[in-house]
Design a protein around this ligand. Sequence first.
Ligand SMILES: [Zn+2]
Length: 287
Amino acid sequence: MTPDLHPGMDELILFCMGTPGGAPETKEDAAAVERVRLHLPQCPKCSAQAALLRTDMALVAMSVPQIAPPAAAKERLFQAAGIHPVATAGKSASIKNFPAPVRNGSTPGEMPPARARRANPALIWGGWAAAAVCFFYAVHIHEANQGMQQRLAMETAELNQTNAAASRAREVVEVLTSPQSQRVTLVSAHAQPEPTGHAVYLKDRGALVFTASNLVSLPQNKTYELWVIPVNGAPIPAGTFQPDARGMASVLLPNLPKGVQAKAFGVTMENAGGSTTPTLPILLAGG
Ligand SMILES: [Zn+2]
């Protein structure tokens, strides 16, 4: 193999463009490609040249059309083909207007813009890396957002429950304490209605709600009086009251000491204004 038999650069380019992408267009080109194909396995120098050409072509092809083709790669290619780049305004490089291979000495083909920048592969991969980081960050934010929404939903549900409970308690108190409330005690049918009292006592708060029904009306100078009878000690007065026309009465939250353990509750009849000690007999008792 002598240097004279090395294929020309144009033939190498033709070979690189024709394989493996497509077949040459003319018989002459096909013959040139075939000569190169037979020559390359025996010539490391031309093989290396062809490999370099293929790399440059791949880079140019890969960089079209999104970014400017690597200028150095194109330059090498054009110089090898004997093409002298001429700036042509308004025409961008692309697969279609990429110059066709020209034989040495023939008219140069169409040129790409001279201002084409070299695309740094690090920039390309950097872009993808940035996109990946953004993606994972977005996923992370999405998950965090979902967690916050779940927590918010749970807290909202708890708040709604608390509000509902408070609202219901307020309604119970309003029904129990409203003067407009109708108070009825149900007893066995046909039975003579008995005077009855109901005491609800909360020791720790010293709170007492007492309602009574079927009370007989008292003389003008008399009053009913409610008593808390502690486990230890004397009876504690818990308020005086008069029944209404239907025999109904109530005592709401009288002033009582806190924490008194009650053994029983009682109602007596006292002189108007009430007493500090109960007067027998005890009219109503329970405990
Ligand atoms: Zn060679």
